[in-house]
Each structure stands twice: as C-alpha cells, then as structure tokens.
Design a protein around this ligand. Structure first.
Ligand code: ISL
Ligand code: CA
Length: 528
C-alpha cells in the first residue's frame, strides 16, 4: 500500500510573512485564505503552517503561550476553522506545527505547574542555540531552569506523565477539529539524560538529542494519539543519522512517518558551527543525499527540502541568484524533486526568491541573528564581518515578505511590513506565475510528474559521475523504466554522454541533444 503522503508535495507557510489582509503589516489567516487558489493551482497537496498559536513572539510563534488559542495578529479561531474548511474543500490537507519541547515562559504552566519544566540547583556550561547559557535563574525558586533556545522558551519535562498527558490531550483537540497532521519541532530533543553535566565546548547536544527515552515517548504518543487518526507526521530532528532516522520512522516502530535531516544543510559550515562559513563541495552534497536515498529506501521515507523558515534561500546558497537565477532555481528544483521522498516547498521558493542584505542590524528581527550579532560584537568582531555571516546564513533571509506583485511592499501589505520587503520584488514576484517559462510553472510540472509517475515514488536511486565536482547526475529505476537526471551546478558548459530515452523536462528550451550541458542546466530523460 502506498500511503497518501508518499505521493504528496508539501508547501510550508510562514504566516507572519505570507499575506497581510488588514494592513497591520503582519501576515494573517484571512490572508492565507485569499491565496488558496494560488496554492491549489500550483498543485501542492499539503499545507504546513508554522505556528499560529497565541505567543508573545520572542521566537515568532515557536514560543507558545496558549496551545488552544490563535495568535491575535493572525486572526481568530473562527478564521482558522474557515481556513481548514476551505483547504479541505479544495482537496488539500493542513498540517500544524507542534512545538512541545518547550513553551513560552508566559504559558500558565510555567507558573502553575513548575514540575512541567526542568530545574537544577547548579547550571551546566551548555550554550543555547540562540547564544548565551541554556540556564536562567529564578529567584522565587532559587533554581535554574533549562532553555535550549531563548530564555523565554523553557524546556518541558517529558519525564512527567502529567505533562505528557496534557500534550496528548491538546493534540487530540486539534486532530478532532480535523487537522491532518503535525510537523514536530525539535522532537528529538524532548528526552534529556538523567544526570546532565558540563560538556566540551559547551555543546550539550549528546545529552539531549535522540536521548534515552525519546522512542518510549513517541511510541506512547503514537499509541495514544497518532494511531487513532489518518494523518501525516514529520519530526524535526537536527543531528540525526539515517540509522537513527530509521528508529523514528520504520513502520514497525510505530512512531513517525518522516523526519527532517539536517546533514545536507550543514555542508557549507566549518567546525565552528552554523556561522563558520565554508563553500559547499558538490561531492559532499551528492554523497550525503545518496546516503539518505539508500539509507531509507524501503526502510523509511525521506523528506526532501532545500528551504524552510530557518534556512537561507537555496538559489542564493547553492545556485547563482545574480547571473543565473531562473536557471539555477529550476535546476535545484529538478535535482530535488526527482528523488524518492516527499518534497517540501517553502513559500517563495517557487518564485526563486533570494536572500536579502540589510545594511543595519536594526532591520533584522530574528532573535538568533540579533543575539549572535551582540555576542560577536562584544568579542570584537567588526560589523562588516558579522554582516557577512548574516547575509549568508541568517534566518531572516527566508522571512522577508512573500513577493506577490511589483506594487508597494510587494503586494504583501498596505501598511508597514513587520520586516522590510526584499527590494528585488520589483523584478521577482508572483505576477509572473502564469508565464509558461516561470519558475512557478516549472515547479507545477515537477509536482504533476510525481503524481502521475510511479517511478518517482518507488524507483531506486543510483548516483552517476560520483567524482565530478560540478555535475549531479543520478538515475531512478522501477520495473523496466529509467529516469536519468542531469544537473549542472556550475556556470560552465559541461559535456556528458547522451542518455537513452527521450527528454521529459529541462530548464532550457534549446536543449542540445549531444548533451553539452549549459550553465546550471537541468534535463531529465525517460526511457521504458
Ligand atoms: O535555525 C537553526 C539554526 O539556525 C536551528 O538550530 C534551529 O534552531 C533548530 O533547527 C530548531 O528549529 C526549530 O525550533 C526552534 C525555532 O526557532 C525554529 O524556527 C524551529 O524550526 C525553537 O522552537
Ligand atoms: Ca494582518
């Protein structure tokens, strides 16, 4: 049996930046409703909403104050119910973000149920994902609480069965409403080792990632909640190998359907972590994606992504957003969408939206970026050097407003946008989406191929030209069919052998049959 989500394509919406319906500068749920036909036309099956729950927005909704309430700026529960109905009316599904590794410190639990959180008399030396310590002192209790992220995001104590029950009850409440699944935020961090201790370089991850009880908790969650519904689940799991991934998603384990790997997102960083920049070596990318294609073939299911709200824009990262923007955006899409798994498209990716460069740090809104800037500035690093890191990796690259048109504020808002629009909206925007040569129409074709061609869903994966530093070539095979996917990751012409079969799709109209691949060319051949 092929589960429905194996033929689906997911579209991620970051509601704050998607569409503002009332001119307050903040995207909202009525704005999403206005754009459902645009999404339906693209052909995506599942919409994943980044958090829309009540939140003081220290981390843009990933700090939840009330799981049963919609954030005021985004609308009301009635707006949400209407969204769900209109999504279902169009035959699409809606997946919610589930953030249960931590809450906001403004959640009533933090006052009324301190035993739902993690307390110690002495802090460890761990460094938070958002700079500084992972511990904050609370006078009233005379103890420190753990926060892997901001100090307004205290970690929940999953050892407490009452906390787990409260989470399951909340999940059932949303599923009973009819939502179609969850994307689970840092779900592999919910189990910490019993005796947490100082760690080399303050990196405590081996004490909280894929911890001792995480599989016990997820099996319990599956048994008590997930298994009762026809839904899809995807876990966000930084620091997870294919082998560990199988423990989360092998069907006999009855935990989750998919996880997000981070390994391919870490290939352009050096040993100092995310801000320690290093150019991508294409061979590393090929070998890593091959490892995941093989590692989960018939023993799991891959999620396929280049972008999300935490990552820079892929066309600026692995493509060329200056001279070959349209070509490289389509090439990257081709490379990903013919692999085995469920593809995720992040808003604006289908338009080839790019990274942004604001001069002043004040223009940035992301807590991770701002905290990093302050920390590095204190350490004596120059403004220009810090900005280089932010331009390459900052999360706000993904969070500038969706570029709907060439009108004021890209058609996102009639007011003042909460974060500035990327000034390139006059050239890059959704007005072009009906143009047959647009990136949008190209994505639409890729999504349609996945639906109608079983080989895309089931075929095996073989990497070709392994040693080539500029070409990413692979085949998929299924029964007597073969797909050969050629992607040129360089701005040079590259010649390769002429494949068997006929051209299925490519990003150059005047494709040369002798297979001299033009700059950033992608072409797919089909033989049967
Ligand atoms: O974004 C990252 C690095 O830049 C990651 O370390 C990220 O913080 C990590 O993948 C967890 O992300 C998720 O949880 C965070 C939230 O800020 C992210 O937006 C979310 O995707 C805390 O809830
Ligand atoms: Ca609004």
């Amino acid at each position: 049996m092929t589960e429905w989500w194996k033929k689906s394509t997911v579209y991620q919406i970051y509601p704050r930046s998607f569409m503002d319906s009332n001119g307050d500068g903040i995207g909202d749920i009525p704005g999403i409703i206005q754009k459902l036909d645009y999404l339906h036309d693209l052909g995506v099956d599942i919409l994943w909403l980044s958090p829309v729950y009540d939140s003081p927005n220290d981390d843009n909704g990933y700090d939840i104050r009330d799981y049963y309430k919609i954030m005021n700026e985004f609308g009301t529960m009635a707006d949400f119910d209407e969204l769900l109905e209109r999504v279902h009316e169009r035959g699409m599904k809606l997946v919610m973000d589930l953030v249960v590794n931590h809450t906001s410190d403004e959640h009533t639990w933090f006052k009324d149920h301190p035993d739902f959180y993690i307390w110690r008399d002495q802090p460890t030396n761990w460094r938070s994902f958002f700079s500084g310590s992972t511990w904050d002192f609370q006078k009233e209790r005379n103890q420190y609480y753990l926060h892997l992220f901001s100090k307004k995001q205290p970690d929940l104590n999953w050892e407490n069965p009452q906390l787990r029950e409260a989470v399951y009850e909340m999940m059932r409440w949303w599923l009973d409403k009819g939502v179609d699944g969850f994307r689970m935020d840092v779900i592999n961090m919910i189990s910490k080792v019993p005796n947490i201790q100082d760690a080399p370089d303050g990196d405590g991850s081996s004490q909280f990632m894929n911890g001792p009880n995480v599989h016990t908790y997820l099996k319990e969650m599956n048994k008590r909640v997930l298994s009762k519904y026809n839904i899809v689940t995807v876990g966000e799991t930084p620091g997870t190998s294919p082998k560990e991934a199988r423990d989360y998603i092998a069907s006999q384990n009855q935990e989750l359907n998919m996880i997000f790997t981070f390994e391919h997102m870490d290939l352009d960083q050096a040993s100092g972590g995310k801000w320690d920049l290093k150019p991508l070596e294409l061979i590393d990318l090929k070998e890593n994606l091959e490892k995941w294609q093989h590692g989960l073939h018939e023993e799991g299911w891959n999620s396929l992504y280049w972008n999300n709200h935490d990552q820079p824009r892929i066309v600026s990262r692995f493509g060329d957003d200056q001279n070959w923007r349209v070509e490289s955006a389509k090439m990257l899409a081709t490379c990903l969408h013919f692999m085995q798994g469920t593809p995720y498209i992040y808003q604006g990716e289908e338009l080839g939206m790019t990274n942004v460069r604001f001069d002043l740090i004040e223009a940035y809104k992301d807590i991770e970026t701002i905290n990093m800037y302050q920390e590095k500035q204190k350490a004596g690093i120059s403004h220009d050097d810090i900005m280089k890191k932010i331009y390459a990796k900052g999360r706000d690259n993904a969070r500038t407003p969706m570029q709907w048109s060439n009108e004021l504020n890209a058609g996102f808002t009639t007011g003042v946008p909460w974060i500035q629009v990327n000034p390139n909206y006059t050239n890059i925007n959704a007005l072009e989406h009906q143009d047959p040569d647009s990136i949008y129409q190209y994505y639409k074709k890729l999504i349609a191929f996945r639906k109608k061609m079983d080989i895309v869903t089931h075929g095996d994966f073989t990497l070709m030209h392994r040693e080539d530093e500029e070409l990413f070539v692979y085949t998929r095979r299924w029964n007597d069919e073969t797909l050969t996917v050629y992607c040129n990751f360089s701005n040079q012409t590259k010649s390769v052998e002429r494949p068997k079969g006929a051209k299925l799709i490519g990003n150059y109209a005047d494709h040369n049959d002798e297979l001299a691949l033009k700059p950033y060319e992608a072409v797919v051949y089909y033989q049967h």
